[in-house]
Design a protein around this ligand. Structure first.
Ligand code: NAD
Length: 464
């Protein structure tokens, strides 16, 4: 007899709860199911939201210092279980183990950061006339947050919402992507095991159109914090607006790397390789277009090609990704662009691709590829490079390489992206905001603004 697959229930009100149905979780490397998670019903979603609503009454008035201590315990629990959580990511999403470990390590840093930030959610008082009269200006948690997240960074993108929301005094219902729900669910379970009061962190697993919809439209949700595709963001924004829910949307990007004529080409190639092919290109911060001065194009491409030969990618997380990779490269060829690499390897993996000779009108330089494709595009002068960097309707992460840091910073300021990295590739730090400009989203995560995104302000004016 074949052993049944391990099953993981919903996380509701501090307990693990089964639902009426189960969904398979598959390993993208083999295409085989290795576990099952509960497929939540609308009633389960309501129960999760209601338990968060009940919990938020106490959590929002828990003194910030105590909230900070509770979040710090959660951070330590996550540190202790980091290896297990990384294994889950590796298995369900296909990310190489080292990348999965790095994702969890960075996520732990974010929780530690917001544990400390929780203590700095200050109330201020401006006296006017003595005897307790004046203005009390107090931050209050926005309430119950629905965190709806994608599969490509299944833990990081939950933590970017969960940690600041908890610090602000909110309670959260997490809805991870159905393709990779286990690690996110395990994080929510850990939050409960580390001693957060029941109902403060809940997790409902299931698909987008039913579970995601039930959560995003639930009247008990005050804010929807969404990361994912533009298509789904527009649907969610459509639901949120008549209900006047607060909303943050973190969407895809089309990362430009502007290589200036004084750039160290080895650094530029390093940035393009590491950010072009991280997570098999399935990253919102990917480098998708490398803009190089015409005179340096050949030297850049030669060095890039040498480095690309050594890149080994993990499996694509979904069959959709495999098909998309093929389609984008076919479209580029049909437009006369040159494609190197990019072959299908073993049914789940693809080779990284380098594309030259692609311009506007070719899909992969107009639309977020979300597969391991880097296009190299020559430019005549810096204004032309900046115009190309800002051409597609995305504005998440851009990159600049150049040794004159003042000029590089001027170029960074002209790139319409929420984040621009100069001469390197570590994009995210807990203390700085991460935000999508233009078609890449609304609102921001991380940093002080990422904490204030979960706060509403109250002015109590004591007149007499
Ligand atoms: P997706 O939009 O398909 O899914 C995201 C989440 O929304 C999942 O949990 C899904 O189940 C849910 N969902 C799907 N349909 C829904 C519906 N009708 N109603 C409610 N919820 C629904 O995105 P994806 O394919 O999982 O992720 C890829 C996208 O995410 C890419 O565009 C990528 O660039 C973007 N992304 C952005 C960031 C960022 O921080 N800006 C980070 C990572 C990924």
């Amino acid at each position: 007899m074949i052993d049944p697959l391990p099953r993981y229930g919903l996380v509701l009100d501090g307990a693990e709860v089964a639902s009426g149905a189960w969904m398979d979780v598959t390993d993208p490397a083999t295409g085989l199911a290795f576990a099952q998670v509960a497929a939540a019903t609308a009633a389960d979603v309501s129960q999760a939201v209601n338990s968060a609503r009940a919990a938020v009454v106490g959590w929002r008035v828990t003194p910030p210092l105590e909230r900070g201590q509770a979040i710090a315990r959660f951070a330590r629990a996550l540190d202790a279980e980091a290896g297990r959580i990384a294994e889950l990511i590796h298995r369900e999403e296909g990310k190489p183990l080292g990348e999965a470990q790095a994702e969890v390590a960075r996520a732990c840093e974010v929780v530690h950061h917001f544990a400390a930030e929780a203590e700095r959610v200050w109330t201020t008082f401006l006296p006017a006339g003595g005897q307790g009269r004046g203005s009390e200006i107090r931050p209050d948690g926005i309430g119950v947050v629905a965190a709806i997240t994608p599969w490509n960074f299944p833990v990081a993108l939950v933590i970017w919402k969960l940690a600041p929301a908890l610090a602000a005094g909110c309670c959260v219902v997490v809805k991870p992507a159905q393709e990779a729900p286990l690690a996110a669910r395990a994080v929510c379970e850990l939050a409960n095991r580390s001693g957060l009061p029941p109902g403060v962190v809940n997790c409902v697993t299931g698909d987008g159109p039913s579970v995601g919809k039930a959560l995003a439209t639930h009247p008990g949700v005050d804010k929807v914090a969404f990361t994912g595709s533009r298509r789904v963001a527009e649907i969610i924004a459509g639901w949120a607006s008549p209900r006047l829910k607060a909303l943050s949307l973190e969407l895809g990007g089309h990362g430009p790397l502007v290589v200036l004529d004084d750039a160290d080409l080895d650094v530029a190639v390093d940035v393009a390789i590491s950010q072009g092919y991280a997570n098999a290109g399935q990253a919102c911060y990917s480098v998708n277009r490398v803009l190089v001065p015409r005179a340096l194009e050949r030297a850049f491409v030669e060095r890039f090609r040498t480095r690309m030969a050594d890149v080994v990618l993990g499996p694509m997380a979904t069959d959709r990704g495999l098909v998309r990779h093929r389609d984008l490269l076919a479209d580029a060829r049909a437009h006369g662009a040159q494609v190197e690499g990019g072959d299908d390897l073993d049914g789940s993996r693809v080779a990284p691709a380098l594309v030259t000779g692609a311009g506007p009108g070719v899909r992969l330089v107009d639309e977020e590829p979300f597969t391991p494709i880097v296009a190299v595009m020559p430019y005549k002068d810096v204004p032309e490079a900046i115009a190309e960097a800002n051409r597609p309707d995305y504005g998440l992460v851009g990159y600049v390489c150049g040794q004159d840091l003042r000029r590089a910073a001027d170029v960074a300021h002209a790139i319409e992206c929420g984040t621009v990295v100069i001469n390197g590739w570590r994009v995210v730090v807990p203390y700085a905001p991460y935000s999508g400009w233009r078609g890449s989203g609304i609102g921001c995560e991380l940093g002080r603004p990422g904490l204030e995104a979960f706060i509403r302000w109250q002015h109590v004016r004591v007149l007499a």
